[in-house]
Design a protein around this ligand. Structure first.
Ligand code: R2B
Ligand code: URA
Length: 329
């Protein structure tokens, strides 16, 4: 793989870029490829945080049929999502398909399988998400899953959008508005472009219904490493900026096409893109950040808001399963 040195930062830090389009190959046969030959040589691969390994578990038998990996912050929500799929897609799933709970094995992440859908929690923020994604990508590889799509279904803070608006991400930026995921690896900063499948974003938007009692928008999402000051909040334990600076920052994001702020998108777009796996993010905005920092929506409203991205992704899965059934009949 070619890794080119982009620029020097200060005196000691160089930045390498890896994961650009030329490094990304989508497999003709739809199988997930790893960008790491080491794993192929290993006699046993332990997916430590998921609680599986390639010697004790027949991953192909357990997960070979996975087509949709749906991830979201909390175990509770992803458990609910699995049961929602079981109920709402019963007409399309094989007779007798029920939710299988794999959460006890992992201890860390909630994990539920219902037919071709894997519903997994990723916790808060990039470190928790990246561990989950790396092991999910390896799981899909070992399982020989074909053409999987990975979603993040979550919550966010809106930028000049009505609370309850659903935002489909078509691009991710970090707090400095940079469209890549940057991490130090072996003492060097490595950048991986964060990219989203534009057709998937369009397809998802087309599934918004006129009768939905909320808006669905497509735009950029900003990824923060912090919920409070990092997202321009003045209600944390610390605050080193003024209200005018808070609004100035929101204006800057808005002018850049950013519709919402959450804490995982840059990493999500970078790792799925590098792995050659189609992916999308659908988040509900819990508040309009121009109106404040505190999330003060009542619990029942919050719960209804959180179902909105789930409903959109469910429609997408329904459409894919219907198309598959039509093609095979
Ligand atoms: C949205 O909400 C969480 C923080 O409350 C975080 O995981 C995110 O991206
Ligand atoms: N999640 C975030 O990261 N920010 C918000 O404002 C709301 C949810």
């Amino acid at each position: 793989m070619s890794v080119d040195v982009l620029q020097s930062r200060g005196d000691e830090m160089s930045v390498t870029v890896c994961g650009q389009d030329e490094n990304v190959e989508r497999c003709q046969d739809g199988l997930v490829k790893l960008k790491n030959a080491e794993v192929e040589q290993m006699s046993k691969d332990i997916l430590y945080h998921l609680g599986f390994d390639t010697n004790s578990d027949d991953l192909e038998k357990l997960f070979g049929d996975v087509k949709f990996v749906c991830t979201g912050g909390t175990d509770f929500r992803m458990r609910e999502f699995a049961y929602y799929i079981e109920k709402e897609l019963a007409d399309l799933l094989d007779r007798g398909t029920t939710v299988i709970d794999y959460s006890k094995r992992s201890h860390r992440y909630g994990m539920y399988k219902v037919g071709p859908v894997l519903s997994v929690s990723h916790g808060i923020g990039v470190p928790s998400l990246s561990i989950l994604l790396v092991e999910i990508i390896k799981l899909l590889y070992h399982a020989k899953a074909k053409n999987p799509v990975i979603f993040r279904i979550g919550s966010s803070g809106g930028i000049d959008v009505e609370p309850g608006t659903v935002v489909i991400t078509n691009g991710a930026v970090d707090e400095l508005m940079r469209p890549f995921f940057e991490i130090p690896i072996c003492g060097k900063l490595v950048r991986r472009p964060s990219e989203f499948d534009q057709n998937l974003a369009i397809e998802l938007k087309a599934l918004a219904l006129p009768e939905d009692n909320f808006q669905t928008k497509v735009g950029k999402t900003m990824c923060a490493t912090d919920f409070y000051e990092g997202q321009g909040r003045r209600d944390g334990a610390f605050c080193c900026f003024t209200e005018a600076e808070r609004i100035g920052y929101l204006d800057k994001l808005k002018n850049h096409g950013v519709l919402n702020i959450e804490m995982e998108c840059v990493c999500f777009g970078a790792l799925t893109h590098f792995a050659g796996i189609k992916s999308g993010i659908v988040c509900v905005a819990l508040l309009n950040r121009y109106n404040g920092d505190q999330i003060s929506v009542p619990k029942d409203v919050l719960q209804e808001f959180e179902k909105r991205p789930q409903a959109l992704v469910l429609r997408y899965i329904r459409k894919c399963l219907q198309e598959k059934n039509q093609n095979s009949s």
